[in-house]
Design a protein around this ligand. Structure first.
Ligand code: COA
Ligand code: MG
Length: 286
């Protein structure tokens, strides 16, 4: 079993060539070239050209490369989607996806992209929250990918306070994880705007990991290390996974569905979790 690590996904405005150049050596698992909200209208065309040129030129090692396009209905969407589809990016990230029909519209616009190009959706529109399962189902049916939580837009639309604790968002976070995982999609947490608050970032990463998120979207390079640490399996998790695997491999446990490991019950269903932990812990960039 191999699972791609997506602990740290760094956004950068694709209008910022210096940020793009830096990303080639930053230890993030995912690079998101933004054409949308981080780019001013007058810089949209240049940003699109920069993102495509960067993906084509390569030099990003194992990092997963994602282009966030402008939403369908904006003046830039069609050209963004056509360019992203031909760029060779690993995935295209669509903003403000509110329903399954919108997913289908993006899938149609990406029809000519290579089969391996994933489709990722920003979950940041209030109306998406009661449609999470349908959105995830539509995504899984065509180009599987990931949910990316957009807490800034959700907070803006709902009039909710975006604090480090994120109390107004915790219920939605759990629902989004259930919808994504129920359809085999990955899910990344929203950004933490206070990028100089390392303790706050650590708290949000620990919480998101506990909810089942695979990683966190980031806005600044100084957040990468914290996210990589926060979403890597801990020493205790690795020890548990190894003990669970060893326990079920032992001849005396052959044919058993539940066994005792270090004073706790471990069932065969836990082997999937154990394999995931060991797979992720063995595949990190640094
Ligand atoms: N990706 C890559 N490099 C980045 C970066 C990013 N997101 N943010 C900053 N850097 C680089 C800078 O270019 C700078 O490099 P240098 O010292 O070699 O010149 C270095 O990191 C330090 O940057 P700093 O001065 O601390 O940041 P800033 O004040 O210039 O910019 C932000 C702060 C928030 C505007 C900037 O980090 C940013 O644009 N973040 C991404 C925003 C985004 O994409 N939002 C959309 C999704 S929410
Ligand atoms: Mg947004």
């Amino acid at each position: 079993m191999t699972i791609r690590p997506r602990r740290s996904a760094l956004y950068m405005p694709a209008s910022n060539l210096r940020a793009i150049e830096k990303a080639r050596s930053l230890p993030c698992d995912v690079v998101i070239f933004d054409l949308e909200d981080a780019v001013a209208p007058e810089a949209k065309e240049a940003a699109r050209a920069n993102a495509v040129a960067a993906v084509r030129a390569g030099g990003f090692g194992d990092r997963e490369l994602v282009i966030r396009v402008n939403a369908l209905g904006t003046p830039w969407a069609e050209e963004d989607l056509a360019a992203a589809a031909e760029s060779g990016a690993h995935a295209v990230l669509a903003p403000k996806v509110g329903d399954a029909e919108t997913v289908q519209a993006y899938q149609a616009a990406l029809a000519r992209a290579p089969a391996g190009t994933g489709f990722w959706a920003m979950i940041e529109a209030a109306r998406a929250i009661f449609r999470l399962d349908a959105i995830a189902s539509a995504m899984a049916a065509a180009r599987p990918g990931a949910f990316v939580l957009g807490t800034n837009d959700l907070a803006k639309e709902m009039g909710a306070a975006l604090t480090v604790e994120r109390t107004p968002f915790l219920g939605m976070m759990a629902l989004a994880v259930a919808a994504a995982k129920g359809h085999g999609l990955a899910i990344l947490d929203g950004v933490y705007n206070a990028f100089e608050d390392d303790a706050g970032l650590e708290r949000q990463c620990a919480e998101a990991k506990a909810y089942g998120f695979d990683g966190k979207t980031l806005i600044h390079p100084r957040q990468i290390e914290g996210a990589n640490r926060g979403f890597s399996p801990s020493a205790a998790e690795i020890a548990w996974a190894e003990a669970a695997m060893a326990g079920f491999a032992a001849p005396e446990n052959a044919g058993k569905g539940a066994i005792r490991v270090n004073g706790e019950m471990v069932e065969r269903l836990h082997l999937v979790q154990a394999e995931r932990i060991l797979s992720i812990s063995g595949k990190t960039l640094g």
